[in-house]
Write a protein that binds this ligand. Structure first.
Ligand code: PEP
Ligand code: MG
Length: 591
């Protein structure tokens, strides 16, 4: 039956940006389908047997999932299923359910579901996201047990392409499987920006809006819908005007910024006085930006390989990684690609139940740290990179190095993989450069012993700033303190460059600051070997380079390094920026 097209606008909070036009599909929560049935005394044992069987089948399913997770994803993701196995087999809980089936003479599915609702209600209202996540895990297990009790198998429903799914909440696994079915966005009633769903949706570029007052039973499937996860609006049965507005906005947001790279004449750009400033792009998941960069021979200065994990919620196996790295190495045959090994943890995992809960994840198990413990996953990744390296255009970058022993261990593991490949006569680049991210102040303070060991350095100003200033980069309460233009950050960058140049090692910048036009004269003055930035910043940066006279930046660099406050640094840089291209450029830094 065709849905009644009724114009309606619901407001919500976007947690993964984007705007799409599609058709609605409402997914009602399973719990509404669990009906209460009176059971005669003679059939009560049958209900209890059915419950035991359903638990057994669920345990088998979860064991299978855990085993395949061990193979494909390694330690952390298996913890999801271990936790779910414990929930499924909680004997005290099951004993209480069985007791109530007998005393209330009701069907197992209903009694079980009532117990689940009682157990999860206080968890759901907790202020702690970890506890709220626990409620979702319990419900995921209950969903399996109840579907076994009702004799249903858990097959993914068939979803037509171009669907916007509307439901109470979706698990990361559901988001991934719906994405494979070409779902284009989600509207949910529960969750938050740090929910697993938000994390996965952002990595997959799927827009999501949370609308807390969503009345699912009042919504219909099959209606045309605009999901605006920028302004936080869901428009059902949009008017012609709203559709045309949507089309305009799509056009404006499209890849226009990136396609402008095509029109750049000179890459790398040269300053007014002819000094080349090498620029590169940062890559997350493959997309149109990489195609254009490859065409223009712009290197990838930072390939955030962890997005291969985040996009799937599982560690990609060696073969899958090899295909990705091989493809990118082939595409960038005319330039180079710096592949950063998995940089997981903190904001790139901490909201996921597959990762251990940490009180202080920014100072916890992140970057190189977990990978040195999950050695076989690290080696799988290194093997995949090495196998794709025969064109000699790949480099390995190790994230979050804070101690020399971490670099030594990683290097040993890389040497082991090389040795194994050699024995098998597999081709690879024997001299593949191995570099480190400079993100932790300790790295710079031990530069004299550490830097001579590495092949190159890449300054991650995003993390370096948060660790120098003790200001969490994602905490809005300290956003006023988190500033990469703080004189201490600039001093640390200068120190890194000096130490690197002293031992003849190339040094890049790949944090957000690399693409900031305000910082450009500083980096030109420091003679950074590569500025690698988000691709949509490349065009403006290249155009600005051409207007700067590199001979004029040294006094500016001296003056900002002598500044005692962030505001005076910014004032000097702004005054220089405003004067770029004019004769005032020369005097601007004295203002
Ligand atoms: C950085 O910290 O500056 C960096 C480039 O790494 P990420 O932003 O991925 O942590
Ligand atoms: Mg970082």
């Amino acid at each position: 039956m065709k849905a009644v097209d009724k114009h309606k606008v619901i407001k919500g909070r976007p947690i993964a940006a984007g705007i799409v036009l599609g058709n609605s599909r409402v997914v009602l929560p399973g719990e509404t389908q669990v009906v209460e049935i009176a059971v005669p005394d003679s059939a009560l044992s049958g209900e209890i047997n059915a419950l035991e069987l359903a638990v057994k089948e669920t345990v088998n399913e979860l064991n299978d999932l855990r085993d395949s997770a061990i193979k494909k994803m390694g330690g952390p993701a298996t913890k999801i299923f271990e936790a779910q196995l414990m929930i499924a087999q909680d004997t005290e809980f099951l004993g209480q359910v069985k007791k109530d089936i007998r005393s209330e003479k009701l069907n197992a599915a209903f009694v079980y579901n009532e117990h689940i609702k009682k157990a999860t209600a206080p968890l759901k209202s907790s202020a702690d996201t970890y506890i709220r996540q626990m409620a979702l895990d319990i419900e995921a297990v209950a969903g399996r047990i109840i579907s076994h009790l009702s004799g249903k198998t858990r097959k993914d429903p068939v979803i037509p392409p171009n669907t916007v799914l509307i439901g109470k909440s979706f698990t990361p696994g559901e988001v991934l499987s719906y994405r494979r079915q070409k779902v284009i966005g989600f509207v949910v009633a529960e969750g938050g920006p740090d929910s697993h769903m938000g994390l996965i949706a952002r990595a997959l570029y799927l827009p999501v809006v949370i609308a807390k007052d969503l009345k699912l039973s009042k919504l219909v499937s099959g209606q045309q819908i605009i999901l605006d996860a920028i302004d936080g609006k869901i428009i059902f049965a949009p008017t012609a005007e709203e559709i045309s507005d949507y089309q305009q906005r799509r056009k404006r947001m499209g890849p226009a910024l990136i396609t402008r790279i095509k029109h750049l004449k000179e890459i790398p750009p040269k300053t007014r006085d002819g000094v080349e400033i090498p620029v590169g792009g940062n890559m997350t998941l493959p997309g149109p930006a990489e195609e254009i960069m490859a065409e223009k021979n712009i290197p990838i200065g930072l390939y955030r390989s962890e997005f291969l994990y985040l996009a799937k919620g599982t560690f990609p196996d060696e073969e899958t990684q090899f295909e990705h790295y091989e493809q990118v190495a082939r595409k960038f045959a005319g330039s180079s690609v710096v592949i950063r090994t998995f940089d997981l943890g903190y904001d790139k995992m901490s909201a996921d139940d597959a990762w251990p809960h940490e009180e202080n994840p920014a100072l916890g198990w992140r970057g190189i740290r977990p990978m040195l413990e999950m050695k076989s996953l690290f080696k799988d990744q290194i093997r995949a990179i090495l196998r794709a390296s025969s064109r000699k255009n790949l480099k390995i970058l190790l994230p979050m190095i804070s101690d020399i022993s971490e670099f030594d261990q990683a290097k040993r593991l890389i040497a082991q993989v090389k040795f194994e490949l050699k024995k098998k006569k597999v081709q690879y680049d024997e001299n593949i450069p191995i570099g480190i991210m400079v993100e932790v102040p300790s790295t710079v303070l031990i530069a004299d012993s550490l830097f001579p060991k590495v092949d190159f350095l890449s300054i991650g100003t995003n993390d370096l700033t948060q660790y120098i200033l003790a200001a969490d980069r994602k905490n809005s309460k300290v956003a006023g303190l988190y500033n990469s233009f703080h004189p201490a950050v600039l001093q640390m960058i200068k120190m890194t460059v000096d130490k690197a140049k002293n031992c003849g090692k190339p040094v890049a910048v790949c944090g957000e600051m690399a693409g900031d036009i305000l910082a450009l004269p500083f980096f030109i003055g420091l003679k950074i070997d590569l500025l690698s930035m988000s691709p949509n910043r490349i065009v403006d940066l290249c155009r600005t380079v051409k207007k700067i006279d590199s001979s004029l930046v040294q006094p500016l660099v001296h003056s900002i390094l002598a500044s005692s406050s962030t505001s005076s640094v910014i004032k000097r840089l702004e005054s220089f920026k405003n004067a770029i291209g004019s004769r005032r450029q020369k005097e601007s830094h004295f203002e």
